[in-house]
Design a protein around this ligand. Structure first.
Ligand code: HEM
Ligand code: HEM
Length: 179
Protein backbone atom coordinates (compact mmCIF):
# COMPACT_ATOMS: atom_id res chain seq x y z
CA UNK A 1 0.00 0.00 0.00
CA UNK A 2 1.23 3.47 -0.88
CA UNK A 3 1.87 5.39 2.34
CA UNK A 4 2.64 8.82 0.84
CA UNK A 5 0.57 11.38 2.73
CA UNK A 6 -0.59 13.49 -0.18
CA UNK A 7 -2.27 12.95 -3.52
CA UNK A 8 -0.08 13.87 -6.53
CA UNK A 9 -0.49 17.41 -7.95
CA UNK A 10 -2.30 15.97 -11.02
CA UNK A 11 -4.87 14.21 -8.83
CA UNK A 12 -5.25 17.30 -6.62
CA UNK A 13 -5.88 19.69 -9.54
CA UNK A 14 -8.20 17.25 -11.29
CA UNK A 15 -10.21 16.85 -8.06
CA UNK A 16 -10.69 20.59 -7.50
CA UNK A 17 -11.23 21.59 -11.14
CA UNK A 18 -13.87 18.86 -11.47
CA UNK A 19 -15.54 19.79 -8.18
CA UNK A 20 -15.97 23.39 -9.44
CA UNK A 21 -17.15 22.24 -12.90
CA UNK A 22 -19.66 19.72 -11.52
CA UNK A 23 -21.17 22.04 -8.93
CA UNK A 24 -21.32 24.83 -11.56
CA UNK A 25 -22.99 22.47 -14.07
CA UNK A 26 -25.63 21.44 -11.53
CA UNK A 27 -26.48 25.06 -10.67
CA UNK A 28 -26.43 26.07 -14.34
CA UNK A 29 -28.59 23.05 -15.30
CA UNK A 30 -31.26 23.87 -12.71
CA UNK A 31 -31.24 27.59 -13.59
CA UNK A 32 -31.35 27.20 -17.39
CA UNK A 33 -34.15 24.57 -17.36
CA UNK A 34 -36.38 27.05 -15.49
CA UNK A 35 -35.84 29.90 -17.99
CA UNK A 36 -38.57 30.74 -20.52
CA UNK A 37 -37.64 29.84 -24.12
CA UNK A 38 -35.34 32.54 -25.55
CA UNK A 39 -32.03 32.77 -27.48
CA UNK A 40 -30.27 33.33 -24.10
CA UNK A 41 -31.68 30.07 -22.73
CA UNK A 42 -30.36 28.12 -25.73
CA UNK A 43 -26.97 29.88 -25.56
CA UNK A 44 -26.78 28.72 -21.94
CA UNK A 45 -27.73 25.18 -23.03
CA UNK A 46 -24.83 25.23 -25.53
CA UNK A 47 -22.45 26.46 -22.81
CA UNK A 48 -23.72 23.80 -20.36
CA UNK A 49 -23.18 21.09 -22.98
CA UNK A 50 -19.64 22.30 -23.80
CA UNK A 51 -18.62 22.47 -20.12
CA UNK A 52 -20.30 19.08 -19.57
CA UNK A 53 -18.19 17.59 -22.38
CA UNK A 54 -15.09 19.10 -20.77
CA UNK A 55 -16.09 17.38 -17.50
CA UNK A 56 -16.48 14.08 -19.42
CA UNK A 57 -12.99 14.49 -20.91
CA UNK A 58 -11.49 15.26 -17.49
CA UNK A 59 -13.17 12.30 -15.82
CA UNK A 60 -11.38 9.98 -18.26
CA UNK A 61 -8.08 11.69 -17.39
CA UNK A 62 -8.97 11.17 -13.75
CA UNK A 63 -9.84 7.52 -14.19
CA UNK A 64 -6.54 7.05 -16.05
CA UNK A 65 -4.76 8.58 -13.04
CA UNK A 66 -6.67 6.25 -10.70
CA UNK A 67 -5.78 3.17 -12.75
CA UNK A 68 -2.09 4.05 -12.84
CA UNK A 69 -1.66 5.35 -9.26
CA UNK A 70 -2.35 4.05 -5.80
CA UNK A 71 -4.14 6.73 -3.72
CA UNK A 72 -2.45 7.52 -0.38
CA UNK A 73 -3.32 4.94 2.28
CA UNK A 74 -6.01 5.83 4.83
CA UNK A 75 -4.82 6.20 8.45
CA UNK A 76 -4.38 2.80 10.22
CA UNK A 77 -7.15 3.45 12.75
CA UNK A 78 -9.85 3.65 10.04
CA UNK A 79 -11.99 0.53 10.45
CA UNK A 80 -12.51 -2.07 7.70
CA UNK A 81 -16.21 -1.14 7.46
CA UNK A 82 -15.43 2.56 7.04
CA UNK A 83 -12.85 1.71 4.37
CA UNK A 84 -15.44 -0.33 2.47
CA UNK A 85 -18.05 2.44 2.80
CA UNK A 86 -15.53 5.06 1.57
CA UNK A 87 -14.56 2.87 -1.40
CA UNK A 88 -18.23 2.29 -2.27
CA UNK A 89 -19.01 6.02 -2.01
CA UNK A 90 -16.06 6.90 -4.25
CA UNK A 91 -17.00 4.21 -6.79
CA UNK A 92 -20.55 5.64 -6.97
CA UNK A 93 -19.15 9.16 -7.38
CA UNK A 94 -16.96 7.96 -10.27
CA UNK A 95 -19.91 6.12 -11.89
CA UNK A 96 -22.11 9.22 -11.71
CA UNK A 97 -19.25 11.41 -12.98
CA UNK A 98 -19.03 9.22 -16.11
CA UNK A 99 -22.71 8.53 -16.75
CA UNK A 100 -24.17 11.98 -15.90
CA UNK A 101 -22.37 13.73 -18.80
CA UNK A 102 -22.80 10.68 -21.07
CA UNK A 103 -26.58 10.76 -20.47
CA UNK A 104 -26.52 14.48 -21.38
CA UNK A 105 -24.72 13.71 -24.65
CA UNK A 106 -27.17 10.87 -25.41
CA UNK A 107 -30.19 13.08 -24.61
CA UNK A 108 -28.93 15.96 -26.78
CA UNK A 109 -28.26 13.50 -29.62
CA UNK A 110 -31.79 12.09 -29.35
CA UNK A 111 -33.22 15.65 -29.46
CA UNK A 112 -31.17 16.19 -32.64
CA UNK A 113 -28.89 18.82 -31.02
CA UNK A 114 -25.52 17.15 -30.43
CA UNK A 115 -23.08 19.19 -28.31
CA UNK A 116 -20.55 21.53 -29.86
CA UNK A 117 -17.27 21.93 -28.01
CA UNK A 118 -17.23 25.77 -27.79
CA UNK A 119 -17.89 25.99 -31.55
CA UNK A 120 -14.56 24.26 -32.29
CA UNK A 121 -15.99 20.85 -33.13
CA UNK A 122 -19.49 19.38 -33.16
CA UNK A 123 -19.52 15.98 -31.49
CA UNK A 124 -21.18 13.03 -33.20
CA UNK A 125 -24.79 12.07 -32.52
CA UNK A 126 -24.70 8.95 -30.34
CA UNK A 127 -28.28 7.88 -31.19
CA UNK A 128 -30.91 8.62 -33.87
CA UNK A 129 -33.23 11.58 -33.36
CA UNK A 130 -36.23 10.34 -31.37
CA UNK A 131 -38.31 12.72 -29.26
CA UNK A 132 -39.79 10.14 -26.85
CA UNK A 133 -36.40 8.46 -26.26
CA UNK A 134 -34.96 11.96 -25.67
CA UNK A 135 -37.60 12.57 -22.97
CA UNK A 136 -36.62 9.28 -21.29
CA UNK A 137 -32.94 10.24 -21.43
CA UNK A 138 -33.84 13.63 -19.95
CA UNK A 139 -35.24 11.73 -16.94
CA UNK A 140 -32.03 9.68 -16.78
CA UNK A 141 -29.89 12.85 -16.90
CA UNK A 142 -32.04 14.37 -14.15
CA UNK A 143 -31.70 11.23 -11.96
CA UNK A 144 -27.94 10.86 -12.46
CA UNK A 145 -27.15 14.54 -11.87
CA UNK A 146 -29.31 14.53 -8.74
CA UNK A 147 -27.54 11.35 -7.60
CA UNK A 148 -24.24 13.11 -8.19
CA UNK A 149 -25.42 16.11 -6.15
CA UNK A 150 -26.63 13.87 -3.32
CA UNK A 151 -23.34 11.91 -3.22
CA UNK A 152 -21.24 15.08 -3.47
CA UNK A 153 -23.09 16.69 -0.54
CA UNK A 154 -22.55 13.55 1.58
CA UNK A 155 -18.90 13.46 0.49
CA UNK A 156 -18.32 17.10 1.47
CA UNK A 157 -20.07 16.68 4.84
CA UNK A 158 -17.85 13.65 5.62
CA UNK A 159 -14.71 15.46 4.40
CA UNK A 160 -15.50 18.40 6.72
CA UNK A 161 -16.29 16.02 9.61
CA UNK A 162 -12.83 14.44 9.15
CA UNK A 163 -11.26 17.89 9.04
CA UNK A 164 -13.00 19.60 11.94
CA UNK A 165 -14.14 16.76 14.22
CA UNK A 166 -11.73 13.84 13.66
CA UNK A 167 -8.87 16.26 12.84
CA UNK A 168 -7.10 13.45 10.94
CA UNK A 169 -5.67 15.63 8.17
CA UNK A 170 -7.48 13.86 5.27
CA UNK A 171 -8.29 17.19 3.64
CA UNK A 172 -4.60 18.18 3.76
CA UNK A 173 -3.88 15.28 1.41
CA UNK A 174 -5.80 17.20 -1.25
CA UNK A 175 -4.51 20.71 -0.51
CA UNK A 176 -3.00 22.26 -3.68
CA UNK A 177 -0.17 23.69 -1.62
CA UNK A 178 2.04 21.83 0.87
CA UNK A 179 1.14 23.07 4.42
C1 HEM B 1 -21.15 16.29 -15.01
C2 HEM B 1 -21.81 16.79 -16.02
C3 HEM B 1 -23.22 17.37 -15.97
C4 HEM B 1 -23.98 17.75 -14.90
C5 HEM B 1 -23.62 17.68 -13.41
C6 HEM B 1 -25.23 18.25 -15.44
C7 HEM B 1 -26.27 18.73 -14.66
C8 HEM B 1 -27.51 19.09 -15.15
C9 HEM B 1 -28.66 19.47 -14.35
C10 HEM B 1 -28.72 19.50 -12.81
C11 HEM B 1 -29.67 19.78 -15.19
C12 HEM B 1 -31.09 20.22 -14.80
C13 HEM B 1 -31.97 19.00 -14.79
C14 HEM B 1 -33.42 19.34 -14.61
O1 HEM B 1 -33.73 20.11 -13.68
O2 HEM B 1 -34.23 18.84 -15.40
C15 HEM B 1 -29.20 19.61 -16.54
C16 HEM B 1 -29.94 19.83 -17.67
C17 HEM B 1 -29.46 19.64 -18.96
N1 HEM B 1 -28.24 19.12 -19.31
FE1 HEM B 1 -26.74 18.62 -18.08
N2 HEM B 1 -25.20 18.15 -16.80
C18 HEM B 1 -23.99 17.62 -17.17
C19 HEM B 1 -23.55 17.35 -18.45
C20 HEM B 1 -24.30 17.56 -19.60
C21 HEM B 1 -23.85 17.26 -20.94
C22 HEM B 1 -22.48 16.69 -21.31
C23 HEM B 1 -24.87 17.60 -21.79
C24 HEM B 1 -24.97 17.49 -23.28
C25 HEM B 1 -23.98 17.22 -24.08
C26 HEM B 1 -25.96 18.13 -20.97
C27 HEM B 1 -27.15 18.60 -21.46
C28 HEM B 1 -28.18 19.08 -20.69
C29 HEM B 1 -29.42 19.61 -21.25
C30 HEM B 1 -29.75 19.75 -22.75
C31 HEM B 1 -30.22 19.96 -20.16
C32 HEM B 1 -31.62 20.58 -20.19
C33 HEM B 1 -32.68 19.52 -20.26
C34 HEM B 1 -34.03 20.19 -20.47
O3 HEM B 1 -34.52 20.85 -19.54
O4 HEM B 1 -34.55 20.06 -21.57
N3 HEM B 1 -25.56 18.09 -19.64
N4 HEM B 1 -27.89 19.18 -16.48
C1 HEM C 1 -18.67 17.74 -6.98
C2 HEM C 1 -17.79 17.76 -6.02
C3 HEM C 1 -16.83 16.63 -5.67
C4 HEM C 1 -16.64 15.41 -6.25
C5 HEM C 1 -17.37 14.82 -7.45
C6 HEM C 1 -15.58 14.73 -5.51
C7 HEM C 1 -15.09 13.46 -5.79
C8 HEM C 1 -14.07 12.83 -5.12
C9 HEM C 1 -13.53 11.51 -5.40
C10 HEM C 1 -14.04 10.60 -6.52
C11 HEM C 1 -12.52 11.26 -4.53
C12 HEM C 1 -11.67 10.01 -4.47
C13 HEM C 1 -10.32 10.25 -5.07
C14 HEM C 1 -9.59 8.93 -5.27
O1 HEM C 1 -9.77 8.33 -6.34
O2 HEM C 1 -8.87 8.51 -4.37
C15 HEM C 1 -12.42 12.40 -3.66
C16 HEM C 1 -11.53 12.53 -2.62
C17 HEM C 1 -11.61 13.52 -1.66
N1 HEM C 1 -12.44 14.61 -1.66
FE1 HEM C 1 -13.78 15.08 -3.08
N2 HEM C 1 -15.16 15.56 -4.49
C18 HEM C 1 -15.91 16.73 -4.56
C19 HEM C 1 -15.80 17.82 -3.72
C20 HEM C 1 -15.07 17.85 -2.57
C21 HEM C 1 -15.05 18.94 -1.62
C22 HEM C 1 -15.84 20.26 -1.78
C23 HEM C 1 -14.23 18.56 -0.59
C24 HEM C 1 -13.84 19.30 0.67
C25 HEM C 1 -14.65 19.92 1.46
C26 HEM C 1 -13.71 17.25 -0.91
C27 HEM C 1 -12.83 16.52 -0.14
C28 HEM C 1 -12.23 15.34 -0.51
C29 HEM C 1 -11.19 14.69 0.28
C30 HEM C 1 -10.64 15.14 1.62
C31 HEM C 1 -10.81 13.55 -0.46
C32 HEM C 1 -9.67 12.57 -0.12
C33 HEM C 1 -10.09 11.47 0.76
C34 HEM C 1 -8.86 10.62 1.03
O3 HEM C 1 -7.84 11.17 1.38
O4 HEM C 1 -8.95 9.41 0.82
N3 HEM C 1 -14.25 16.84 -2.13
N4 HEM C 1 -13.38 13.34 -4.03
Amino acid sequence: MNTQVRYTPTAIWLHWIMAVLILGLILMGIYMSELPESPDKFALYDFHKAIGMLALLLIFARLAWRWTHQPPALPQRVSATTRKAAAAGQALLYLCMVFAPLSGWLMSSAYGHPPSFFGIVTLPELVWKNESFAETLKGVHFALTNGLLFLAVGHVVLALKHHWINKDGLLNRLKPWAN
